[in-house]
Write a protein that binds this ligand. Sequence first.
Ligand code: HEM
Length: 144
Amino acid sequence: MHDIQNRTDIDHLVATFYGRVFADEQIGLVFTLVARVTPETHFPLLGDFWETVLFGQNRYHGNVILKHVELHLKQALQPAQFDRWVSLFCLTVDDLFIGTVAETAKIRARTMSMVLQAKLHTLTQSGTHPNAHGHVDTHDALVL
Ligand code: HEM
């Protein structure tokens, strides 16, 4: 077993992790039924995200917070679901890799999970819901 070293390792991590996520009783349906995530488009994007986070490559240009705000407004994401996401991620990292980058990946996943939950909580409290015209003001969500 070795550390996460390159994009090939990240792609392996992403594919294994989401394979488990999609099949998971607690959170699988959010991906397959609510968001209808397709591996062909989603996996490369997530590979870009983790390459940016772990290796400082400037590849991911999306907005993670906004994506989850949109999702949360469709179906409220629960703390237990975030816990499950993080557990599955950490288990998968531990099954496949060992080393400092692997440890960093787990820390970043946990941190991101906390940031996302805090953001969703704040936005929900401040009444960021679709208005009468079905419009969602996601401006606040753009600020991390
Ligand atoms: C309950 C927990 C979570 C659920 C159910 C969830 C679900 C999803 C779904 C369905 C998407 C696809 C959204 C779309 O394309 O419309 C997505 C995207 C993404 N998620 Fe999560 N997520 C969770 C937690 C996390 C955490 C903790 C991270 C931390 C690294 C994360 C990172 C990402 C990234 C990077 C994307 C890609 C965003 C983009 O399209 O630019 N997610 N998530």
